[in-house]
Design a protein around this ligand. Structure first.
Ligand SMILES: C[S@@+](CC[C@H](N)C(=O)[O-])C[C@H]1O[C@@H](n2cnc3c(N)ncnc32)[C@H](O)[C@@H]1O
Length: 316
């Protein structure tokens, strides 16, 4: 298991510097605690801050708990999906309101490099891919085993932007008919390799299984569905003048974040910090592979906060 290096940390600290007073008590919410890397740096820099961290992954919560132990009762860890954020803050936390919420979307290095979790096409393991392993969600292997050709094609195309979605879906259904359902990451990778002709694989510019693995992971964890609800929850729990920061790792996530922030700006809830997303520096991209596709967007709420529920909001 490889440790997770927090992505675009100095950019996040710079944003907080502009919007969070160092000497005032404040609440910060880390919606995706992971290994606790961002949270650690934020708590260290702001001694009067307390933090609520969400993660649906039990191993992540354990790791983060160990990493953040020195901050004692300044940290509260919640084992829930960030889409339910407002329901898991105490009355006093809600009343205080967060000065900021951070979403660092997707999976952590810890998840990717633990073969038993099945997230990676580079390590062999069972095709699981659930972030919340205590849930009775479908695992990736259930999707591969049970979805029909049309559904598989839709998932690979819509969640993986895989151009060869249909060919791969057809191969899976054929393998199933002959009793060879891929049940591990290497079995699925090798089926994809056998399906796509060598020149096609060479032209893909990436590992031939990358997009299918991304698609399955998004489908298993409903990753795109929870983002709009998570962002609205963050708006609800952030106080006027606070900031919502999102790091996304592929265009499907970024599109949702961009559209949401634009519609909030149109409704006059606040403004985007900058219109274009911030990208990692070349040095960070070199030293931390996980940062390569990262895009950071931030939204600053107006000092006087509108109630989006009064203007057609959709959370409740
Ligand atoms: C990229 S990692 C975060 C890394 C963290 N910022 C750090 O510095 O260590 C994303 C984490 O968010 C968690 N996660 C992803 N989607 C989630 C959701 N909808 N609700 C709760 N946790 C989620 C994953 O389990 C993973 O641990």
């Amino acid at each position: 298991m490889n440790p997770h290096v927090p992505v675009m940390l100095s950019e996040i600290l710079d944003i907080l510097e502009l919007h969070v007073a160092k000497d005032r008590a404040a609440l910060f919410i880390d919606a995706t605690l992971g290994g606790g890397g961002h949270s650690f740096a934020i708590l260290e820099k702001y001694p009067n801050m307390h933090l609520v961290g969400f993660d649906q992954d039990e191993c992540a919560r354990k790791l983060a708990g160990e990493r953040l132990v020195e901050f004692g009762d300044r940290v509260r860890i919640v084992g829930e999906n960030f889409s339910e954020m407002p329901d898991f803050l105490s009355d006093s936390e809600k009343q205080e309101g967060a000065c900021g919420v951070l979403f660092d979307l997707g999976v952590s290095n810890m998840q990717l490099t633990t073969p038993e979790r099945g997230f990676s096409y580079q390590n062999d393991g069972p095709l699981d891919m659930r972030m919340n392993t205590s849930s009775d969600l479908f695992r990736a292997v259930d999707i591969v085993r049970e979805y029909d050709e049309r559904e598989l094609t839709r998932i690979f195309r819509d969640y993986g932007e895989e151009r060869h979605a249909f060919a791969i879906a057809r191969s899976i259904v054929r393998a199933r008919a002959s009793g060879n359902v891929p049940a591990t990451s290497m079995e699925l990778t090798s089926l994809i390799r056998k399906t796509l002709p060598a020149p096609v694989q060479r032209k893909m510019g990436t590992h031939p299984a990358r997009r299918v693995f991304q698609a399955l992971r998004i489908a298993v964890n409903s990753e795109l569905d929870v983002i709009p609800r998570g962002l609205l929850g963050a708006y609800e729990v952030t106080r006027g003048g606070g900031v919502i920061i999102v790091i996304s790792y592929h265009s499907l996530e970024d599109r949702i974040v961009k559209r949401t922030f634009r519609s909030w700006a149109d409704e006059n809830y606040g403004h985007m910090l900058i219109r274009k997303p911030t990208l990692p520096t070349d040095a960070e991209r070199e030293s931390n592979r996980s940062s390569r596709s990262a895009k950071l967007r931030a939204f600053i709420l107006n000092d006087i906060k509108e109630d989006y529920r009064g203007s057609g909001g959709t959370l409740r």
